[in-house]
Ligand binder design. Structure first.
Ligand code: RET
Length: 247
């Protein structure tokens, strides 16, 4: 039993994971429902945002069902033989979710700012580097995991820089309402996204907090970064015709 407990395999996380699943599902239907009140050519942000919460609801359903994880030895370097044997429950399904949804979140923002397509593609590529380095780092046994973490942080730094400078200024040129919507949703994103590496550092990276606490930490971040962000973005677009943004 001691060893099983050491694996931190959660028995109480499911209710919370299913609660987040429910919120993501309701948000998906709400965003689709709101889209129906618009003509098709004005639905692009509804569709992108609904896709984000839809993917998240499937990922959360997976974690609520106690699937999508693998046991990883996170204390490989410890000299204490008891601690050295410790595995941690690592939810790789988070990274499958993020690999799909973080580019969509960036598209929501960068299309709002009417950034050129080559720039959008480039930022998405940097974003994919960030997610994949985070996944590889989470699965690696040794302290080399922190090398991957540093690469991921560098990628995030560049993304935040583009959001805070280039895209913000571009959005302001597109009009006052566009600038205001971008400032709100872009600031929320820049702030929330920098908390993800902190969560990773104390969960997958350093094994400082338990997987049950991890569920709460990432869960609150995901609720703010997806449904709350999405609602604010769609609200911000209420008076903006996508054709003004070249869409
Ligand atoms: C990792 C670890 C490697 C370093 C960095 C990370 C950043 C992850 C981010 C994730 C954002 C996820 C979102 C999900 C949507 O709900 C991969 C944790 C920098 C920024 C917004």
């Amino acid at each position: 039993p001691a060893l099983e407990a050491d694996e931190h395999i959660t028995t109480h996380g499911s209710d919370w994971y299913f609660a987040v699943t429910a919120v993501m599902t309701v948000a998906t239907f709400a965003f689709i429902g709101l889209s129906l009140r618009q003509p098709r050519q004005k639905r692009v942000f509804h569709y992108i945002t609904a896709a984000i919460t839809m993917v998240a609801s499937i990922a959360y359903f997976t974690m609520g069902s106690n699937l999508g994880w693998t046991a990883i030895n996170v204390e490989f370097e410890r000299s204490d033989p008891v601690v050295r044997g410790q595995d941690r429950e690592i939810f790789y399904v988070r990274y499958i979710d993020w690999f799909i949804t973080t580019p969509l979140l960036l598209m929501d923002l960068l299309l709002t700012a009417a950034m050129p397509w080559p720039t959008i593609l480039y930022i998405i590529l940097v974003d994919e580097v960030m997610i994949v380095t985070g996944l590889v780092g989470a699965l690696v046994y040794s302290r080399y995991k922190w090398g991957y973490f540093v690469f991921g942080c560098a990628a995030l730094f560049y993304i935040v820089f583009v959001l805070a400078w280039e895209a913000r200024r571009h959005a302001n040129v597109m009009g006052k309402d566009v600038g205001r919507t971008f400032l709100l949703c872009g600031s929320l994103t820049a702030f929330l996204w920098t908390l993800y590496p902190i969560a990773w550092g104390v969960c997958e990276g350093g094994n400082v907090i338990s997987p049950d606490s991890e569920a709460i930490f990432y869960g609150i971040l995901d609720l703010l970064a997806k449904p709350v962000f999405g609602a604010l973005l769609i609200w911000g677009h209420r008076g903006i015709d996508p054709s003004r943004l070249g869409l």
